[in-house]
Design a protein around this ligand. Structure first.
Ligand code: UGA
Length: 450
C-alpha cells in the first residue's frame, strides 16, 4: 500500500459524480491511501459501486475498486452531506451537450457546487479546505464557481482530467501531466500545496506539474481535445482526398508520422471519433468562443466536426454501393457498437450511428460487440444483436467493421468467410489486411484506401 508523502494516514476526500471519471478517480485515490467518499445522485450506480460492481467496462477498474472497498478507505453514497467531513472535494460530474444547442450543459456542475456550498468552510483539521474542479467546462466556469465558494473561505483549484476511457486507471495513477489552475494570491498557493499532498505519490514520480491561472487550466483541457479531434479529422480529410486520387491514407499516415513534429499517434483514418468527450467538447468550445466574440478563432472546429460526421455517412454509402445500390432486406453484420475498443460507452458512437443509419435504410442489421451489447439493449432494443462476430455474420451479405476490437482485427478471413452469404467487408477502421482478405475472396473496401 502506498501512503501519501509524510503522512501516516491518507487525506479525507470527497468525489462528487461517480461516472467514468469520478468512480475511477475515487477508487484510485483510495488505493493511494486516502479516505474517500464517492457521491452520486444515481442510486443504481452507487449501489453497484458500493457492492464492488463496476457500472461500466473499464479494464483494471473492478480490481482497484474491490481492493479500495476492502481497505475500508472507500465508500459510496447518494447523500450529498457525506462530503461534510472531507478536506478536499473533487467535482467530477458530466458536462454533456445541451439539448438543442452546441453548448455544454452545466446543470450537474451547478448542482454539485450547490450541494457543497453549505458544507464548505475555510479550514479542516488537516489544513485548508479545497474544492477541485475536474469536469470539462467552458471558459469562465471556474471563475464563476470561485466567486461562489470564496465567501465560505474554501479555495478552488481547476485540475482538468485527461484520462482516456479504456486506460482510466493508468491515466489516473500515471498521468502524463498534472495541471492546476489557481488564483494568483496566497490562497491559491495554499490550495496548490493541498493538492500536492493529494497527488504526492504521482509527484514523487516526477510527473510534470504545471501551475497556471484558472482561465488557462480550463482551456488546457478543451484545447487538448480540440487538437486531438483536429488531428483525426485532418487524416480523415486526407482519406477523402485519397478516395479521389487513388492514394492510400494508411501509408500516407505512416509516412507523415515519421516526422516527429507531426507524430504517428491519432492519425488513424476511419469512421471517425465519437464518445462522450471529443465531439461535444469541440462543439462546446466553438459555442463558447462565439459567445466570447471569438468564434472566428476556432471556426475550423466546425469543419473538424463536419469532416467527422461525413465519415459515418461514407461508411453507409460504401455499404449501399457494395450491395449494388439497395440494402433493403439484406442482412448486414455490424462489428462493434462502442465508440472505441476497451469501452462499453455508446455515447456518440460512430459504430452505433452507422448501424442505425443502415437499419433506417431498410437493411436487416445485426450488431455485435464484446462489451457493449447490454447498453445496446437498453438504448436501442430495436437493433438485432448477436453474441460474437461469427454469429452476427451468419448468412450476412455484408460485414461492416466499425470498432476495432482485437477479436475483429485478428479474424481469419477464410474461416470467417465460411459463415457469410457473400464475402463483402467494409473496414471502417482500416485495421484489416486488404491483400489477405482479397486473397480469401472478399470484396474489401476500406476508407481512403484503393
Ligand atoms: C478523450 C481524450 O483522448 C482524453 O485525453 C480526454 O481526457 C477524454 O477524451 C476526456 O475528455 O475525458 P476518450 O474519449 O476516452 O478520450 O477517447 P480517445 O481515445 O481520445 O478516442 C476518441 C475517438 O477518436 C474514438 O472514437 C476513437 O476511435 C477515435 N480515434 C482516435 C480515431 O478515429 N482515430 C485515431 O487516430 C484516434
Amino acid at each position: 500500500m502506498v501512503f501519501c508523502a509524510d503522512r501516516l494516514t491518507g487525506m479525507q476526500l470527497s468525489v462528487i459524480g461517480c461516472g467514468y471519471l469520478g468512480a475511477v478517480h475515487a477508487a484510485c485515490m483510495a488505493d493511494l491511501g486516502h479516505d474517500v467518499v464517492g457521491i452520486d445522485v444515481d442510486e443504481a450506480k452507487i449501489e453497484a459501486l458500493a457492492a464492488g460492481r463496476a457500472p461500466f467496462h473499464e479494464p483494471g477498474f473492478p480490481e482497484i475498486l474491490e481492493r479500495a472497498l476492502e481497505s475500508g478507505r472507500l465508500r459510496f453514497t447518494t447523500d450529498p452531506t457525506a462530503a461534510a467531513g472531507a478536506q478536499v472535494h473533487f467535482i467530477c460530474v458530466g458536462t454533456p451537450q445541451l439539448d438543442g444547442s452546441d453548448a455544454a450543459d452545466l446543470q450537474y456542475v451547478d448542482a454539485a457546487v450547490d450541494s457543497l456550498l453549505p458544507l464548505l468552510r475555510a479550514e479542516h483539521e488537516d489544513g485548508p479546505v479545497v474544492v477541485v474542479g475536474k469536469s470539462t467546462v467552458p471558459s469562465g466556469t471556474a471563475e464563476r464557481i470561485n466567486a461562489q465558494i470564496t465567501p465560505t473561505g474554501a479555495r478552488l483549484v481547476w485540475n482538468p482530467e485527461f484520462l482516456r476511457e479504456g486506460y482510466g486507471v493508468k491515466d489516473t495513477l500515471y498521468p502524463d501531466r498534472i495541471v492546476y489552475g489557481v488564483t494568483s494570491d496566497e490562497s491559491g498557493k495554499a490550495a496548490a500545496d493541498v493538492l500536492d499532498e493529494v497527488y504526492a505519490d504521482q509527484l514523487r514520480r516526477h510527473i510534470p506539474r504545471i501551475i497556471t491561472d484558472m482561465a488557462t487550466a480550463q482551456l488546457v483541457k478543451v484545447a487538448a481535445n480540440a487538437f486531438l479531434a483536429t488531428k483525426i479529422s485532418f487524416i480523415n480529410a486526407m482519406a477523402e482526398i485519397c478516395e479521389v486520387t487513388g492514394g492510400d491514407v494508411t501509408q500516407l499516415a505512416v509516412a507523415i508520422g515519421h516526422d516527429d513534429r507531426i507524430g504517428k499517434l491519432f492519425l488513424k483514418a476511419g469512421v471517425g471519433f465519437g464518445g462522450g468527450c471529443l465531439p461535444k467538447d469541440i462543439r462546446a468550445f466553438a459555442a463558447r468562443a462565439e459567445e466570447l466574440g471569438r468564434g472566428d478563432s476556432v471556426r475550423f472546429l466546425r469543419e473538424v466536426d463536419d469532416i467527422n460526421k461525413r465519415r459515418r455517412q461514407r461508411v453507409v454509402d460504401l455499404a449501399v454501393e457494395a450491395l449494388d445500390g439497395d440494402v433493403t432486406g439484406k442482412k448486414v453484420a455490424v462489428l462493434g457498437a462502442s465508440f472505441k475498443p476497451m469501452s462499453d460507452d455508446l455515447r456518440d458512437s460512430p459504430a452505433l450511428d452507422v448501424a442505425r443509419r443502415l437499419e433506417a435504410l431498410g437493411a436487416h442489421v445485426v450488431i455485435t460487440d464484446p462489451e457493449a451489447l447490454g447498453n445496446v439493449t437498453k438504448a436501442h432494443p430495436e437493433l438485432a444483436q448477436a453474441p460474437d462476430a461469427f454469429a452476427a455474420a451468419k448468412n450476412a451479405e455484408l460485414v461492416v467493421l466499425v470498432t476495432e476490437w482485437r477479436e475483429y482485427v485478428v479474424l481469419d478471413p477464410e474461416a470467417f468467410g465460411q459463415v457469410v452469404a457473400a464475402r463483402r467487408v467494409i473496414d471502417g477502421r482500416n485495421v484489416l489486411d486488404p491483400a489477405k482478405w482479397r486473397a480469401a475472396g472478399w470484396d474489401y473496401r476500406g476508407l481512403g484506401r484503393p
